[in-house]
Design a protein around this ligand. Structure first.
Ligand SMILES: Nc1ncnc2c1ncn2[C@@H]1O[C@H](COP(=O)(O)OP(=O)(O)OP(=O)(O)O)[C@@H](O)[C@H]1O
Ligand SMILES: [Mg+2]
Length: 437
């Protein structure tokens, strides 16, 4: 027998850094607290193992820390130096092949044309299949909590996908939506609807008045939506987005401070650039040509790159960079440390702020673009709702205060405002359907 008040659908926010699920009932929306953690967000990590095991979230990291060092000499490996493809495409002389992979930033790949997926061992994982590891985990948790197998989901998406081809936006977007839909179907959903993430953040408000804008500054993108309720029913009057997120800022810290401190700027610039973030580095890790290139370059910089790529330091290293950035939201200065590579360097907030100034200006221009599309001036904006982890950056908030005035800024939950709004959309779409007893 169905419960008296069954869920009508889910909202899922598949984020670059964090993902979450909300449960829509006819009369309310709840953001799910994940079992076994007091948290409502799941880090968007995907773990793959040669033996077929998959995991998402902290579980992925835990499994990787236990098994990440395991290696196998796949039968093709000895032939790699002679130009043969290996099973894992990770061949390194005397190193064998890693049995496990830990992937982050899969969202960046959604809109990349020509990026089929990751090559792991003899299996190719499509981007959709990688995303579905995260969606399946969230669906499973939500189904367990509700006691129902819910078939309908509203999936959030950025206004502009990071990694989209600017010359070919339509094709990139079409590819991204197709992959997201495939991921949701693979996870067991039957009905899939989409909603821009900033729109979700603004429609999730209980009461609407005047002109409201939601700014969502996440790990991969910055997104903004303008909601106009002055003339009757609330209407989304403008949306805009840009592929600048917290990971971009981590990359800037790497490029200007960390990389040079480690002597990595001696590497060819294409290689240096690929080392910028945890997401870009995994493409390097999967490239079988890199060890030979590093061997040819030689010297200290190549040693550090080798350690980062092949000695299991990548995960902790990029976390250290991100942690220093986060620490600067509360402190004027911090030490960016990573003992395994002998890194200890002081970073001042003022230095960081001037380094990210061009990105912050692009973000301000993106807000202007959304207001321009809506035909609304900044003076007519009644309140600005802030969400996304990167919205905690003081320089970002200061910019908003300069544009709109501090009293009009309202902080919303940085990590759940979007998923809550996606649940509200699910409720709007499916909450009115009569439930057969
Ligand atoms: N206190 C803080 N100060 C600065 N940055 C922070 C802070 N807390 C978290 N972040 C950054 O916020 C980002 C994650 O935010 P969030 O979870 O909103 O992103 P996401 O939803 O996964 O990404 P997206 O929506 O862009 O796909 C990370 O880059 C993280 O480093
Ligand atoms: Mg987000």
């Amino acid at each position: 027998m169905a419960p008296p008040n069954p869920p009508v659908g889910y909202g899922i926010d598949f984020g670059t850094s964090n993902s979450s699920v909300s449960i829509a009932y006819a009369d309310r929306v709840e953001v799910l607290t994940l079992a076994g953690s007091a948290s409502r967000t799941l880090p968007s990590f995907v773990y793959l193992h040669r033996a077929g095991r998959r995991a998402a979230g902290n579980e992925a990291v835990k499994r990787f820390l236990v098994s990440g060092h395991e290696k196998t000499d796949c039968w093709n490996c000895p032939l790699a130096p002679y130009g043969w493809d290996t099973d894992c495409r990770q061949y390194r002389k005397g190193g064998g092949c890693n049995d496990a992979r830990l992937l982050s930033g899969v969202k960046h790949e959604l809109a990349k044309l020509g990026f089929a997926g990751t090559n792991s061992w003899a299996t190719d994982f499509s981007v959709g299949a990688l995303v579905s590891v995260v969606l399946s985990r969230l669906k499973h948790e939500a189904d367990n909590a509700t006691g129902q197998a819910v078939g309908s989901v509203v999936l959030g998406h950025p206004v502009v996908f990071a990694g989209a081809d600017p010359q070919n936006r339509a094709a990139s977007d079409a590819e991204a939506f197709l992959r997201l839909e495939q991921a949701a179907l693979e996870a067991g959903f039957i009905e899939v609807a989409f909603l821009p993430e900033p729109t979700a953040a603004v429609i999730g408000e209980h009461v609407h008045r005047g002109v409201e804008i939601a700014v969502d500054f996440g790990g991969g993108t910055f997104d903004v939506a303008v909601l106009d309720s002055r003339h009757g029913a609330p209407r989304v009057a403008g949306i805009a987005g840009i592929a600048i997120g917290g990971e971009t800022l981590d990359g800037i810290l790497f490029e200007t401070i960390v990389g040079p401190a480690l002597g990595l700027d001696a590497l060819p610039s294409w290689l240096f650039n690929e080392l910028r973030t945890a997401s870009s580095v995994r493409l390097l890790m999967a490239d079988p040509g890199i060890p030979a290139i590093l061997a040819r370059i030689g010297g200290g910089a190549a040693d550090v790159a080798n350690a980062l790529l092949y000695e299991g330091h990548a995960y902790e290293f990029y976390r250290a960079v991100e942690s220093a950035k986060i620490a600067l939201s509360n402190a004027e200065s911090t030490f960016l440390e990573f003992a395994p590579l002998g890194l200890r360097v002081e970073v001042r907030r003022s230095t960081f702020e001037s380094m990210i100034r061009p990105e912050l200006d692009l973000i301000a221009a993106t807000i202007e673009q959304a207001l321009g599309e809506a035909g609304i001036s900044t003076a007519n904006v009644d309140r600005v709702l802030l969400t996304g982890g990167s919205a905690y950056i003081p320089a970002f908030r200061n910019d908003l205060a300069l544009i709109f005035g501090e009293p009009r800024l309202e902080q919303r939950d940085a990590f759940t405002a979007v998923v809550h709004g996606l649940g509200v959309r699910a409720q709007q779409l499916w909450g009115q359907v009569a439930v057969t007893p």
